[in-house]
Design a protein around this ligand. Structure first.
Ligand code: NAP
Length: 315
């Protein structure tokens, strides 16, 4: 057990590290539990071309290294391990990492979300080399390519529509014969000449060592196998927010995302703030995550200052 800190930040993607930069500069000496998958989803991408300030683009891992260096420069302390347990039921709050328990007056949760994957071997091999989980991030690299999107929800159809700006053709591969996506998106997709559908179909494997060449498909009704020549495969079967540590402690919506007060990063426990994808299933961009990380640090700093003021005020 060590001294009580002002602030512990759990998670180290753009949201957590931006919170660390701001909190460091506010002299809060934040401790960042960066996790074993430090850096978040950008560590799984290659070029990032839409992060402002990098007109020539930057590699995702390189961008996160810079975030990290900037946070360390302002006094953030980083622990490269996963938080095993968080106890928000008593003050100071407690965060256990391995055998060490950290105590803090305020906690910022920035544990992000993980894109759901199909669970096939090729996904890890080709992620960033044809396989992607983010059309907004990577669509631009597929100008005039034939590509496919897996999924039948709003994300899949929205990504397919977005990708028609670049791709020559977009094939939506869906495991059933009807979409789950909202009607308006469905209608747009059905009307788009670049989009076609492979119904009742699942991806079984992919061919390509360093870049995707084609995917191997199976019709779930007939069992018939086929191939589809595509250089891009966008897996859009949903995201899972990383909120397991907070179950029963912080309010979540039906999909497990942390609920924050509109216009702020305050959660349902005073002194606990949430930012980035763990509380945002709409925008999910590095820049919006960073922006909300800044908000969380400012909210935490103000909350801590008010608390300190109340503790020293006469009466
Ligand atoms: P979702 O609604 O959960 O849809 C996931 C899709 O992926 C479903 O069609 C599902 O098939 C399919 N799927 C799941 N696991 C699969 C697997 N292992 N193999 C093959 N296919 C699989 O997820 P989402 O589309 O990301 O949307 C999440 C939430 O965000 C929803 O509430 C959605 O409305 C919202 N959202 C809204 C917008 C918008 O309004 N513009 C945009 C994006 C997301 P089944 O249909 O067979 O289950």
């Amino acid at each position: 057990m060590n001294d009580v800190r002002e602030l512990v930040i759990v998670g180290s993607g753009p949201a957590g590290l931006t919170a660390a930069i701001y909190a460091g500069r506010a002299n809060l000496h934040p401790l960042v539990i960066e996790g074993l998958a430090a850096g978040g989803q950008l560590m799984l991408t290659t070029d990032v071309e839409n992060y402002p300030g990098f007109p020539d683009g930057i590699l995702g891992p390189e961008l996160m290294t810079r975030f990290r260096e900037q946070a360390a420069r302002f006094g953030a302390e980083l622990v490269t391990a996963d938080a095993d347990e968080v106890d928000l039921s008593e003050r100071p709050f407690r965060v256990r990492v391995g055998g060490t328990e950290h105590r803090a007056h305020a906690v910022i949760v920035s544990t992000g979300a993980s894109a759901r994957m199909l669970g096939l071997d090729f996904e890890q091999r080709l992620l960033g080399h044809g396989v992607s989980t983010c059309a907004t991030c990577d669509g631009f690299f597929f100008r005039d390519h034939d590509i496919a999107v897996v999924g039948g929800g709003d994300s899949a159809v929205e990504e397919a529509l977005f990708l028609t700006k670049f791709a020559r053709s977009v094939t939506v591969i869906h495991r059933r014969d009807e979409l789950r996506a909202s009607m308006i998106l469905q209608e747009r997709a059905f009307a788009d000449p670049k989009i076609s559908f492979r119904w009742n179909t699942v991806v079984e494997d992919a061919v390509g060592d360093s870049k995707l060449e084609r995917v191997l498909l199976r019709d779930v009704e007939t069992g018939e196998r086929s191939e589809l020549a595509v250089t891009g495969l966008f897996v859009a079967i949903g995201h899972t927010p990383n909120t397991g540590l907070f179950a029963g402690q912080l309010a979540m919506d039906g999909a497990g995302y942390l609920v924050t007060e509109p216009g702020s990063t305050r959660t349902t426990v005073e002194g606990v703030f949430a930012c980035g994808d763990v509380q945002d299933h709409v925008y999910r961009q590095a820049v919006t995550a960073a922006g909300s990380g800044c908000m969380a640090a400012i909210d935490a700093e103000r909350w801590l200052a008010a608390r300190a003021h109340a503790a020293t005020a006469p009466g």
